[in-house]
Each structure stands twice: as structure tokens, then as C-alpha cells.
Design a protein around this ligand. Structure first.
Ligand code: HEM
Length: 412
């Protein structure tokens, strides 16, 4: 039995002090965090597959070309279950209750869990959330006051998705602040804080499940508690906790990252901001282009080669770790003309920001609505908004899985 949860492994940030010095280089270095797109350009010229070491010390094959990444995401030989990994692969500690999660399973077990996850994202439920998303976005702007300065990642870009996810999971108001703190430390680098955050979150989820068992309602928990798989089976307690954990972490951080990167772009491009204000019908295409350029997952979650697999002319031995770089794939000039240019009229914008294949993100519609609403509201309500630091001083968080500005200090 493993004692870790893959989402956490996959979102681990760089801790230079803990990085073993190895024979392989890492592309995830200070230069990468300063400008990942320059690194992607370099990787594209060097070849389709790169033997690297991740900053937390794992040896891996980084796949960067769009066609290879898309194929890899759908390749049943590239699997998620850690039993296929070599013994040298290491993990991060979280409570055992978080381990039964669909991100670390493969079909058929994954298919069973995914059926329950899809219940949470039934179109009826997601569409019904739109008015609430608008209401929260408007309220967050109201709370900023008429004029002043704020750090927009915390006060808006992250606050919106955390509120919506907390609504979906029916987290009590008094638990929401702790929930956000725990989510942040679980996605952080300190193993002790991670463990404590995990324990705190576990308690909230366990109490919630108990409450929902006693008082079913029209909500996700009740569907998960009452739903059946193909064989008539139900989710067990660990699986229920795993579902809540995945929705919380998967739903909050990547959405906040894209909203933050998109606002950063708009702050630097007033003409684009003005165009979106005047032609709101362009917002849908703009969101797709923001997702392609800044889709917050630099790479897909780790895969392991279940057998020897050839990718881009390189044979990856069974048991090795494979990282499919979604960020590099979506900036591949072989797939997208002028990939580093924001082009709202781009044809056939079939990016992989949400992945592809069996693990394709189930939260796509919810994410798209949240990004569109967040941008519409901020453009309309804060037309005078400006960065209070030079644009190049806005740093990306030093995380090589999730891309997100550390802070967006603005005046409005
Ligand atoms: C802009 C926002 C988002 C982005 C860029 C994003 C991206 C992704 C990607 C790339 C994957 C696949 C990872 C892989 O194949 O290894 C994924 C999976 C997942 N996402 Fe999202 N996501 C976003 C928003 C959301 C939201 C709003 C939710 C839920 C509320 C969510 C829940 C999940 C879950 C549960 C999985 C695992 C699916 C599985 O393993 O079958 N995501 N997401």
C-alpha cells in the first residue's frame, strides 16, 4: 500500500536545498521559472524527448512535441499506478485516506471512479453554477472598494475558484479559510506542513461525509454516496475522501493560475483588454487562447512506462517516469503558427491544456465559465487597473507542475 497521493507529488514545488545533484540536468531551473516559454523554445530545438531529473530528484523522460504528448496521453502503456514505477521512485507523505484517487489509477479501476467523478460535472449542475460565479466575482470586486491597491491573486484570481469549489463541496463558511490554507500547504514544499494540512483537510472531509450520510441533499456528496458503479457497487470511505480531495485541489489551483496569467496578459495589452470589453462575444475564443498559452499545467501528472515504449524515436524502458509537457506541446510551432503570439482568431485551437485521453479534465466547463466570468467582471469593473510593479517583476511560482503568478500587485 502506498502512503502518498499523486496529485500532491505532481504539484510539488521546487526545493533547491533538497534537490540531489545528479548526472542529468533539469530544465526546471531558475531560468525556467523566470521564462518557461524560452525553455520550451530551447527544448523544441533540442529534440522531442529529454532525459532529465526533476527538481525533487526523480529521473524522468520529458516529452515536449504536441503530437507525441497527445499520443502519450492516450497511450494505455503509459500508466498512472505507482506499482509500475521503479523502486527508486519516491513519494511524499499524506494521510493514507487520500490514496484512493482516480488520478493514480488506470482503467478499469479508473473508469469505475471516473463514472462517479463525472456525476459531479453533469452539465445541469455546472450550468446552474454560472449565476453564483458571477455573484462571487462581483462581490470580490465590491470588497476591494472604489479605488486603491490590492494583490489580485489572493483577493480575486484564487479567491473566486476556492469559493466555488467550497460551494460545490458544501464546505461550511467557518471552515473555508482553513480549507484554503490547507490546500496551499498541501501544494507547497514543506513535508511537515503538507502532512498537517492533509490531516486538517481529512477531518473536514470526514465530518462532511458523516453529515451527508445523515442528511442527504441535492449535492455531489449525496450523488457519490447513493451512486452505483456498473456492478452495483458504491464508493468506500477512502474513495469518497479521494473524490473530495481531487475536486478541491484539481479545481482550485489550476483555475486560479489561468485567471492570474490571463489578467497579467491583459494588464500588459490594453488594446486586447479594450477589445474584449467592446466585443464580449470574443471572450470564448480568448479563453481558449489563454488556456493554450497559459494552461496552468506545465506538465501532465506523472506516468510510468508499463513496458518499453518508443516515443519520438527514443525507447523509454519499462518502469521509467514520463512527463508529458502540456506547456511545451501547446507552444509547439509544428502544431501552432507563431505559438508565442496571442491570436484570438486562431483556427483549430485544439490545445492540450486540459489533457486528453482517460484522465482528460472533468472540470473543463466549470473552468471555462470561471475564467470567462472572472475576466468579464474584472474588465468591466476595474477599467483603470494597472500593475504597480514592472510587468517583468511578476514572477511565476517556482512550481514545475502548476504555473501561476506569485502575486499581481495592482492599483485600480
Ligand atoms: C483551468 C483550469 C484547469 C486546468 C488547466 C486543468 C487541467 C487538467 C489536466 C491537464 C488534467 C489531466 C492531467 C493528466 O492527464 O495527468 C486534469 C485532470 C483533472 N482535473 Fe482539471 N483542470 C482545470 C480545472 C479543473 C476543475 C475546475 C476541476 C474540478 C472542479 C478539475 C478537476 C480535475 C480532476 C478531478 C482531474 C483528474 C481526472 C482523472 O484523472 O480522470 N480540474 N485537469
Amino acid at each position: 500500500m502506498q502512503s502518498s497521493q499523486d496529485l500532491t507529488e505532481d504539484t510539488v514545488r521546487v526545493d533547491a536545498a533538497r534537490c540531489p545533484v545528479g548526472p542529468l540536468g533539469t530544465p526546471f531551473d531558475a531560468q525556467f521559472f523566470a521564462d518557461p516559454y524560452a525553455t520550451y523554445r530551447r527544448l523544441h530545438t533540442e529534440g522531442p524527448v529529454h532525459h532529465i531529473r526533476t527538481p525533487d530528484g526523480v529521473e524522468a523522460w520529458l516529452v515536449t512535441r504536441f503530437s507525441d504528448v497527445r499520443k502519450g496521453l492516450g497511450d494505455h502503456r503509459l500508466v498512472r499506478h505507482v506499482r509500475h514505477a521503479k523502486d527508486t521512485y519516491h513519494r511524499f507523505p499524506l494521510p493514507v485516506e487520500f490514496t484512493k484517487s482516480l488520478v493514480r489509477e488506470d482503467p478499469p479501476e479508473h473508469t469505475r471512479l471516473r463514472r462517479f467523478m463525472n456525476m459531479a460535472f453533469a452539465p445541469r449542475r455546472v450550468r446552474a453554477l454560472r449565476p453564483r460565479i458571477v455573484e462571487v466575482a462581483e462581490r470580490l470586486v465590491d470588497e476591494l472598494g472604489e479605488h486603491g491597491e490590492t494583490e489580485l491573486m489572493a483577493s480575486y484570481a484564487a479567491a473566486l475558484p476556492i469559493e466555488i469549489i467550497a460551494d460545490m463541496l458544501d464546505i461550511a463558511q467557518e471552515d473555508r479559510a482553513s480549507f484554503r490554507r490547507w490546500a496551499d500547504v498541501i501544494l507547497g514544499i514543506d513535508p511537515e506542513e503538507m502532512r498537517e494540512g492533509g490531516i486538517g483537510m481529512l477531518k473536514v472531509l470526514t465530518d462532511l461525509i458523516e453529515r451527508k450520510r445523515a442528511q442527504p441533499g441535492d449535492d455531489i456528496w449525496t450523488e457519490w454516496l447513493e451512486g452505483k458503479d456498473d456492478q452495483g457497487g458504491s464508493l468506500d470511505q477512502h474513495e469518497l475522501i479521494g473524490m473530495g480531495f481531487m475536486v478541491l485541489l484539481g479545481g482550485y489551483d489550476p483555475t486560479a493560475g489561468v485567471i492570474g496569467c490571463a489578467i497579467h496578459t491583459l494588464l500588459q495589452d490594453p488594446a486586447l483588454a479594450e477589445r474584449l470589453r467592446k466585443e464580449p462575444e470574443l471572450m470564448e475564443d480568448a479563453v481558449e487562447e489563454f488556456l493554450r498559452m497559459f494552461g496552468s499545467n506545465h506538465t501532465a501528472a506523472r506516468r510510468f512506462a508499463a513496458e518499453d515504449v518508443e516515443i519520438g524515436g527514443v525507447t523509454i524502458p519499462a518502469g521509467d517516469t514520463v512527463l508529458l509537457s502540456l506547456g511545451a506541446a501547446d507552444r509547439d510551432a509544428l502544431q501552432f503558427d507563431e505559438p508565442d503570439t496571442f491570436d484570438i482568431a486562431r483556427n483549430n485551437n485544439r490545445h492540450v491544456a486540459f489533457g486528453f485521453g482517460p484522465h482528460y479534465c472533468p472540470g473543463t466547463e466549470l473552468a471555462r465559465i470561471q475564467i470567462a466570468v472572472a475576466l468579464e467582471v474584472v474588465l468591466r469593473r476595474l477599467p483603470e487597473m494597472k500593475l504597480t510593479v514592472p510587468a517583468e517583476d511578476v514572477r511565476l511560482r517556482p512550481a514545475y507542475f502548476i504555473r501561476s503568478p506569485v502575486a499581481l500587485p495592482v492599483s485600480y
